[in-house]
Ligand binder design. Sequence first.
Ligand code: SAH
Length: 350
Amino acid sequence: MNLCEIVERLNRNNDLTDEEFIFLIKNNNSISDDLLQKYAQKMSQKFFGKNIYLRGLIEFTNYCKNDCYYCGIRRSNKNAERYRLNSEEILSCCEMGYNLGFRTFVLQGGEDGYFTDDMICSIVYEIHSKYPDCAITLSLGERSKESYKRFFENGADRYLLRQETSSKSHYEFLHPKEMSFQNRQRCLYDLREIGYQVGCGFMVGSPNQKAEDLVKDLRFMQELKPHMIGIGPYVPHKDTPFAHYERGNLELTLKMLGIIRLMFKDALLPSTTSLGTIHPKGREMGILHGANVVMPNLSPLNVRKKYMLYDGKICTGDESAQCRIFLEKRLNRIGYKVLMSRGDHPDFTK
Ligand code: SAH
């Protein structure tokens, strides 16, 4: 098999055979890497131009009932200093974000039972009433279909829930046995059915991940048809059972971004914080490989360092306003423009 021919075929057909995907994932050469990057950039520009959507991320709780082996805020990490924002604090993040131009707020947190469905509904409702021109994205883990429905009815538009891996045995390697592979996928299908713009995704280079597992992720996403796909390298956290595993590889993450852009042509693809963590120009590189979204942090400065999913997480020391200005400059430098509109998926623009 020839790598350049495979990339040509992926660009033409937006798909490959499993064998071709595996070959492309496992092998490298600079000519085919450049070709993939060129096509991914072209595809992204065809749908979105040289525009990057910004989303304001509010990390509202780091309490979590789950114990994922890779995650720094897992419940067994006794070194994690726990915090929760109350609804006024969340709303004041939105206010600051709104004044900085953000029109999407992403509420992300650990799976924290303190926030009942009623509380989430009322927070969503308040944000929606105060900022009716903004999109609300939730990312609070697995809940029942009924709960997701109530959040939606109260004004939530989008939901991010990474499948983490689409291989059952790999899922069971990454998570303790009380966590269910099937339930996570069930959530994603429920969210889609309710009418959310749905985001899934996975870590690249998570412990024990094989090229075959990545292909399963691609196949799972072909079936789910998500509107957003978040991928980033696995980065170890010192206080987790997986502390000793190596971080995910930059080149492989960029390659997966390029592949995903060519397969899911008009999807919203963030260039993630973890990508920016493993390389100082990581987020720019992500954009140059087909990503079209960046999610700057709007959380209050005093909690930033506590939402430590992995070691070395960037943007824990800058004011939101500063982050926003820096980011815009950096994107301009690579020839891209920041767009502050809601940035719905093309299927959802009314
Ligand atoms: N509780 C929410 C939010 C989880 S944090 C949920 O279940 O969806 C958001 C994402 O961070 C996770 O989905 C995971 O893919 C990623 N993440 C967690 N630990 C990580 C690590 N060590 N390295 C890289 N990404 C990590």
